[in-house]
Ligand binder design. Sequence first.
Ligand code: HEM
Ligand SMILES: [Ca+2]
Length: 256
Amino acid sequence: MFLALKGCDASILLDELATPTSERSAGPNKGSVRGYEVVEAAKSAVEKVCPGVVSCADILAVAARDGSVYVGGPSWTVKLGRRDSTNASRSLAESDLPSFTSGLDQLIPNFARKGLNARDMVALSGSHTIGQAQCFTFRNRIYDNGSNIDTGFASTLSRGCPASTSSGNSNLAPLDWVTPNSFDNNYFKNLIQKKGLLSSDQVLFNGGSTDNIVLEFSKNPSTFKSDFALAMIKMGDIKPLTGQDGVIRRICSALN
Ligand code: HEM
Ligand SMILES: [Ca+2]
């Protein structure tokens, strides 16, 4: 998960040495977010040819777009000119980021506070068409005998994720069990079969107001892709630092 908190200001890249309030160790990010070294490598290559001009926040936004294209997802034009924060807020990261236990009644207002509507939220959740999650994030869902999970799916997952909270916590399972490495609309097809991995995935199709959006994206991959691209542009527009605000960091993990 790579949602920016205060906004798209690369605050998530600041490490523990840079600031004790690093967002890297915020609950939803700790032991989870990966790829910091990829962003740092891109930044150092750019600094070599054009020092002090391209922000870490812009590099992150471009990397997200290129990552989408790389796995078969849509492309979009990334607006440039964001600047980097000079601080990070772990408390904001912990209070603002949604959780894998969030219900629709939390997810919708949570995204709305950032200017993203329910359709944006569902489209962006579709990024769980790729990637993996750790056992502790879906354990409750597979062992609670709830009715919104396919029983065969739950039992398959239980093999890699023991019921006891004392082991297997970091074992991984794909967020989209059919095509975990490609950007397609299988994520939404899974939800309709009650095979969403996280509780926060399955709530998008569980008799609530977003059911019709999930149905639409499951039937129409191109609508999903174009809505995803639009929502990514909207997310990239969340409170960027521009003009004289913020800085251009020299190293993304560190303060200048
Ligand atoms: C709707 C609210 C969301 C919740 C509750 C959520 C939660 C999570 C959780 C718990 C994981 C697994 C983390 C781990 O086990 O370490 C995850 C993974 C992931 N999330 Fe989200 N997420 C949300 C929205 C998003 C959005 C908006 C995006 C991007 C547009 C996104 C992209 C990803 C990706 C790509 C992964 C896989 C990472 C990997 O394989 O390393 N998620 N998410
Ligand atoms: Ca997929």
